[in-house]
Design a protein around this ligand. Sequence first.
Ligand SMILES: Cc1ncc(COP(=O)(O)O)c(C=O)c1O
Length: 376
Amino acid sequence: MDFDRIVARRGTASFKWDLYGENILPLWVADMDFPSPPPVVEALRRRAEHGVYGYTLVSESFTDALRADVERRHGWRIEPEWLVWLPSVVPGLNLCCRAFAGAGDDVMTVTPVYPPFLEAPPDQQRRLLTVPVRDAGGRWELPFEAMEAALTRRTRVLLFCHPHNPLGRVWRRDEVAAVVGFCRRHGLVLCSDEIHCDLALDDLAHIPSATVDAAAPELTVTLMSPSKTYNLPGLDFAFAIVPDEGLRARFTAAAAGVLPFPGCFALAAAEVAYREGEPWLAELLAYLRGNRDALEGFVRASLPRVTMTHVEATYLAWLDVRGLRLEDPAAACRRAGVALSDGADFGAPGFLRLNFACPRATLDEALTRLAPVLGG
Ligand SMILES: Cc1ncc(COP(=O)(O)O)c(C=O)c1O
C-alpha cells in the first residue's frame, strides 16, 4: 500500500473535506484519507456490478468472519447470539442510555471525551455526570476517587471510551479491571466503546472490558465496528456485543422498530476486511506510527508552549494549547488554513484534536501552516 499517495477527496461530499473552504486542510473529523484495503474495494466493485441491491441477510459466513477476527485480535470468543447489529456506534451509546437508565437517571463518563458521549444522555432525557480525567504528570489516568465521589443514587450507566478518544490511551488490564469493579460495586451497566480497539500504535494489548474477569460479561455492552480500522464509516455498520441475556433483551427492546438492517455494501466490505485486511492493517499501523512520531517531534521542537501527550492508540493527537492564551484556538487554526477539532466540544476548552491519518505530505503542510499560530 502506498499511504503517501494523495487521493483527492474534495467534491466527493466528504464531511471532512467539503465542510470548510477550498483553502483549508481538514485534520478534524475521525476518518482517514487512505483508501480501504484493495480486497475491500474489489469486493464493493463486485457487489456494485451485480446491480440488484435488495434486502440483505447477515450470512453465517459473515458472522463467522467477524467472530474469528475478534478472537484472533483480542482473544475474545463471542457467540453469534450476543451480536446486535447497529448502523453505527453512536446509536449504541444512545441505546445504552435509553435501555439501562430511566428518565432522569444519571449516566457517568470521564472527560474529555468524544462529543456524542456528552450528548447521548441529555438526548435520551438522562442526566449527564462528567468526571475530569486525572493528569498524572503528562499521563492521563482514570479518576477513580472522583468517580466514586460523583456517584449518585440514580447513576445507572458508565460510558467508557476504550481505547480513548481523544486521550489516545490504551487502558491497561488493571485499569479495565478497576472500571469493571467500579460498575459491579455500584450496580452500573458498563457501555464500553471499543471502536478504536484495532488501532494500538504501541505494542500494547487491547483488553476488551467484558474479558477482564469471569463475571464482566454480565454487566457489559461492548460497541465495535470495522469503520475506524478499515476506514469504512460511510458504509454505516457497527455492532454491539451483549453476552448477558437480560441486558440484551433490554437493549434490543430499546432499539425495536427503529434501527435498519445492515446494508449489502457494508456486509460485503466488512467480511472481506475481516478475512483479508490484516496485511493492510499492519502497514497502516506502521504508517500511522511514523506520522505520530513526526508530529510528536514537531511539537517538541517547534511548539514550545504546546504539549501533546503520547498517543498509544487511535490516529488522534490531543494538544494542550492553553499556554498560548488564544481566545478561540480552533478558529485561529482555521484562519491559518487548517481545521482541527475544538477541545471545547469534548469538554476541554483550550485543547485541540488533530487527526494525523493522512499522507505525510498533507501532515507536513498542515504543520507548516500551524507553526505561526501555535509556535508563539
Ligand atoms: C470513540 C468513538 N465512538 C464512536 C465513533 C463514531 O462511530 P460511528 O461513526 O460508528 O457512530 C467515533 C468516531 O470518531 C469514536 O471516536
